[in-house]
Design a binder for this molecule. Structure first.
Ligand code: ZN
Length: 220
């Protein structure tokens, strides 16, 4: 009898813990504004060197082993200096990340983004370019890029053409134009993303990371 009570108590405690864990894992009803505020706060911690490394402990690991519910999708550059989990001080299960050189999006990348937007109901996609991007610099330099690097450069070329001759730094201008192009590409990507954007369930924003200040600025 005593044993049964103990088992019941243990089961109850386990259930309470499990409910608590699943509640903690749910960023349900996180709005795009809240998600962006969370990214902004994390970047501020990175800029000021006050990292808290959230959600990387054994508890979080066990929690996300049961499922994920990321609060943002980041489409960033593969550049080794711009890791989204690092520059936004986020942990396991927080952000769904797609990275390609020059943060360009092909069908495979788009499929990954659509999966996260549709499956997890993520409220915001942040396209993250950065200063002195090597892929964008290659596109600005022109000429024939070797091998499949040409596929990356080809995707960035419209941004280079659009900003050619404009005042300011050619690479910086092209970085920002390229981010805007990818933002527009995602907003209009049928059938999944465009429908989510139209219904107000998904926001797509562009941003630029400054290698010198470590700050991420949203592009208007
Ligand atoms: Zn880059």
């Amino acid at each position: 009898m005593k044993h049964t009570r103990l088992v019941r108590l243990a089961a109850l405690l386990f259930l309470t813990a499990a409910l608590h864990a699943s509640y903690a894992a749910e960023p349900a009803n996180v709005t795009a504004d809240e998600a962006l505020a969370r990214l902004k706060a994390g970047n501020e911690r990175f800029v000021t060197g006050k990292l808290i490394h959230p959600n990387v402990g054994t508890d979080r690991r066990a929690e996300v082993a049961k499922g994920q519910n990321p609060f943002a999708i980041i489409v960033g550059c593969s550049d080794s200096r711009v890791g989204p989990e690092v520059v936004f001080d986020q942990g396991l299960g927080d952000i769904f990340v797609i990275r390609t050189a020059g943060n360009v999006v092909d069908d495979v990348a788009l499929g990954s983004i659509e999966y996260a937007a549709d499956h997890f109901g993520v409220p915001v996609i942040l396209v993250l370019g950065h200063t002195r991007c090597g892929a964008v610099s290659a596109a600005v330099a022109g000429g024939q890029a070797p091998g499949h690097v040409a596929s990356v450069v080809e995707k960035i070329k419209p941004a280079v053409d659009e900003t050619k001759g404009k005042p300011g730094d050619a690479v910086d201008n092209a970085v920002r134009a390229n981010v805007r192009h990818v933002v527009n590409q995602l907003r209009n990507a049928t059938p999944i993303l465009s429908a989510l954007v139209k219904s107000g369930k998904l926001r797509v924003v562009g941003a630029c990371y400054d290698l010198d200040t470590a700050r991420v600025d949203l592009l208007e």
